[in-house]
Design a protein around this ligand. Sequence first.
Ligand code: GTP
Ligand code: MG
Length: 225
Amino acid sequence: MKTVAIIPAYNEEKSIGNVLDMVVNHPLIDEVIVVDDGSVDSTSLVAKNHNASRVITLKENVGKGKALDIGVKNTEADIMLFLDADLINFKSVHVTNLIKPVMDNECEMTVGAIDRSKLSLALNRKLNRIESPFSGMRAIKRSIWDIVPNEYKNKFYIETAITYLAKKKKIKVKPLVLTGVTHIIKEKKMGFWKGHRARWKMHWNIVWASALLRIKRAKRYGFSN
Ligand SMILES: Nc1nc2c(ncn2[C@@H]2O[C@H](COP(=O)(O)OP(=O)(O)OP(=O)(O)O)[C@@H](O)[C@H]2O)c(=O)[nH]1
Ligand SMILES: [Mg+2]
């Protein structure tokens, strides 16, 4: 069974090196693909210097979902570990914790939450049954990716769609907290106003994807409740 780590990255030269160091040479990871989503910084160069197996450099920014899809289309691996490129304190043990349960068939998907306040994690767990329904850190079997309709392999729709479909199709999911891991927020990466605008766009993507999934579910995805 082959495994791949796929890292979509948009202007992440500061943080992608450490994330790569944790997956390149990890005993459970066979291949590492970085999809540089039209970055204007040195993301691709840093990725090459940190020995990613493959760096796909897109000329234009296509958004996270499409960037991930391009990564998936460029591998034959059966299990895919998706990782954001802006993680801080990300360690090799987190890679193991994310991928091993899927390799061992304990579940079909793991979803790793950033180590936020206990209250936020608990609230999400109560409301959504997992700590972080929109997290970009997850290991999934290719068969799950294949059931996601193409229209959701787009922007920040993607995590909402995977989580929703997994729940509706009763796919076994193991949620976990990536202890000690944080990330660089948009406002810090892009500056306050640009970052804030990008955050609102992301939230709108999530709301829109959630609405579309619910409206279209019976017709398209073979379930009605
Ligand atoms: N913002 C953004 N990120 C992208 C894009 N394409 C790929 N990514 C990557 O997708 C990952 C998640 O994006 P973030 O903007 O950090 O999203 P987030 O962590 O959910 O959001 P914040 O908490 O607001 O920072 C990062 O590794 C990005 O570099 C894109 O078009 N826009
Ligand atoms: Mg982030």
